[in-house]
Every structure is written in C-alpha cells, then in structure tokens.
Design a protein around this ligand. Sequence first.
Ligand SMILES: [Zn+2]
Ligand SMILES: [Zn+2]
Length: 221
Amino acid sequence: MFSHWDGAFRMCPNRSKSASQPEDDFNCHSDLSEALSRTRPSWNEYFMLMAKLCATRSTCYSRPVGAVIARDKRILATGYNGAPPGSWHCTDRQECFWREPQNQIPGIEPRDLSRAIHAEMNAVAYAARYGIHINGSTLYCTLSPCVHCFKTLISAGIVEVYFEHIYDFNDRGGDKALLAYYEQYADLIQVKQLSISETSLEIAGRFLQWITSSRRHEHYS
Ligand SMILES: [Zn+2]
Ligand SMILES: [Zn+2]
C-alpha cells in the first residue's frame, strides 16, 4: 500500500528552468527513485501494467488489448490481439474482417470472422506452443474477456481473471449481461475488475519516460 507516499517526486524543481537538459532529467529521476524506495505497485497492479505494455504490440485495427498469465508471482505467458503469427496484420490493411456480402458465411456474424486472435487466446496459445502449464493461474487483461475466450480460459485451468476495462456495449446494458454470464461459472473462475492506482500509474509512467536505471542516490554511485 502507499501509506508512506508523499508525492514528493511529482515536483521537479529544475524542470521549469531548463527541462531539456539531461542533467535535470537525472535530478528529477532521483526524486522519483527516492519516492520509489518507499512504495511499489502491488502484484496485481504489476501484472496489469505488464498487460498494458503487451497491448502496445497489438496489431488489431479494432482496439489494443494485452494479457498476462501469472502464477506464484511469476509471469507464465503473455499475449496481445492480432492476426496469427506470420500473416498480415489488421493494422497493415486497416481491415479486421470481411464486410462484403459475397464473403459472408451464413449464420456467422462478420466480426466473428475477424483476423485477430484475442489477447487472452494468444496468451493461452503461447503457453501451449512452449509447453507451459497454466493450470491454477490468474489472467490479467486490459479488457473483459469475450465469452469465447472466457470459456477457453476455464478449460485451460485459469481460476481467476482481473480485467481493467469492461467491454463497452454503447450503453445497451451489455456490461451487466456479460458479468452475469461470468457469474454462471463462479465456482470455477473468479472475475474481478482492477483499476491501477494513480500513484502506480505515475510511477510506471515515470519509469517509461525517464531513464529507468539511473542511480537512486548519489551516495551509492
Ligand atoms: Zn483486427
Ligand atoms: Zn476474446
């Protein structure tokens, strides 16, 4: 938890003077490192942050999604949404699925013919490809799983899911229906929403924006 957090690194005294100078960057990062010696993201936040990073590799034109499978505080597999490895990406042609009438398959929704494999499925497939057993593990995903992924996760032995954002159904009540769908399987898999705290997001953001491994204290150089 962040009971000792005082927000000290939010202030960068040198930045307004000459923010472009690398020396100032170092000083600002030292402020961050000072604060980080007292606080870290929780494990759940850590894995969700990883899932958000995975989403940066997404190649689906629809929306970026990232997923991490973890057990015993260790990452077992990762995934993001995109076409099967080796085939062209949705983002290459700005096309996720065929919309033309002649390409439709009767009884199948056009979006179900999407080129992209969902992030959760890709994480499970990654584990299968490399022989990693994921029974009893937890999945972290930036988006609530669709029903197809959800059932696959149960079959793969995943017992817990944390998602950041519930799938938005344009206010048609779909979110409640999806949560009710998950609830059917509550004896097999627990599904929870997880929001990363502002503090942890700020820490992660600083790590990305600044040189991560500059020294915490000059005394330990
Ligand atoms: Zn796509
Ligand atoms: Zn899915």
